[in-house]
Design a protein around this ligand. Structure first.
Ligand code: NCD
Length: 333
């Protein structure tokens, strides 16, 4: 069977943003459009393996001030598979170490004729600040504990691929909700698409105030496991904590790790997600991480599709733009 063709000449007019900063401020329709665009790219590229040169002539800069394995590689691969050039900005060897301000550095990169910046920073709001100062597209790849919109989208994409509509699906977000940007982006996206969300973890990491956002709060994993269709197991973000939020990792794992024993009490087709990096034996046992219901590696693969969709929507040609003659392949695949 031949793959579907990608015949979109321009970014759909319903998408009006130059940036992807968070999911909190997107409408349900905009989130659906992002997910549908990712599906389109996944199908048109044979599962993101083939190139589809619709962003030829575009330059994307990855600007990462925090460590990353999956997100940076995934953005770079997604951009390259769309035909864009990718430049990796190394913060430690840049003129930031000579006292240049963050905004000046970004403006200098912009002056080189780039089209988009993918930024990860430990300070919440950094991508929003960049978006105020730059005219190129800004994509948030994680801003401190605030949001990680493409992770939220790829998690939701992976659930939707298995279960279809999110309406009425019960998703448990388990772990360090207080410091997890993945939790926040999931929460906004899931609630907007009609899923029931339960945040679960120790009281020191899961405040009752989450209820104000329309989600259920639980401190008892055993009580919620049988009710969930999906569990997203979040890493304890030790690097963002000033004091230890529980007496020992062993005690945390005893109460909140997803184990084979707990899996026995779950719905038989419960889906297991984790954004990675996973700490086997802390938030998830090795058997559960590798069990047939685990989507952990599917999530990584789907990250490419989601990032292709995000890059296309933020950097692709608008209907009003003249399509430059130098991009003959655009729309031709
Ligand atoms: C997440 C992150 O960096 O926020 N990981 C990721 O992007 N794949 C989650 C985490 O670090 O635990």
């Amino acid at each position: 069977m031949s793959s579907p063709t990608f015949d979109q000449q321009a970014v759909p007019s319903q998408w009006t943003h130059r940036h992807l900063l968070d999911l909190e401020r997107l409408t349900p329709d905009e989130i659906r459009l992002l997910l549908d665009t990712a599906t389109l790219f996944k199908e048109a590229t044979g599962g993101c393996r083939r190139k589809l040169a619709v962003l030829t002539g575009t330059t994307v800069v990855t600007l990462f001030f925090e460590n990353s394995t999956r997100t940076k590689t995934s953005f770079a691969l997604a951009a390259r598979r769309l035909g864009a050039d990718v430049v990796d900005f190394s913060a430690s060897s840049s003129s930031l170490s000579k006292g240049e301000s963050f905004i000046d550095t970004a403006r200098n990169l912009e002056a080189m004729g780039i089209d988009a910046v993918v930024v990860r920073h430990g300070t919440p709001g950094t991508p929003h600040l960049l978006a105020q100062h730059l005219s190129v597209g800004v994509i948030n790849a994680g801003d401190g504990p605030h949001e990680h919109p493409t992770q939220g989208l790829l998690d939701i994409f992976s659930i939707r691929e298995r279960l279809g509509d999110l309406q009425g699906v019960t998703v448990g977000l388990v772990g360090d909700i207080a410091h997890s940007r993945t939790a926040r982006s999931n929460l906004w996206g899931l609630v907007k698409l009609g899923a029931r969300v339960i945040v679960c973890g120790p009281p020191t990491l899961v405040s009752d105030r989450w209820r104000e956002l329309g989600v259920e709060v639980s401190h008892d994993l055993d009580a919620i496991v049988p009710r969930c269709d999906v569990l997203n197991l979040l890493r304890i973000q030790f690097e963002r904590q000033n004091t230890r939020p529980f007496p020992s990792v062993r005690e945390y794992a005893h109460l909140y790790a997803m184990t084979r024993e707990r899996l026995k009490r779950a719905k038989k087709d419960l889906l297991i997600l984790a954004p990675g990096p996973i700490n086997r034996g802390v938030e998830v046992s090795a058997e559960v991480a590798d069990c047939p219901q685990s989507l952990i590696l599917d999530q990584v693969a789907n990250g490419l599709a989601v990032r292709m969709g995000v890059l296309w929507l933020t950097c692709g040609p608008r209907a009003a733009d003249a399509v430059p003659a130098a991009i003959p392949t655009r729309g031709g695949f």
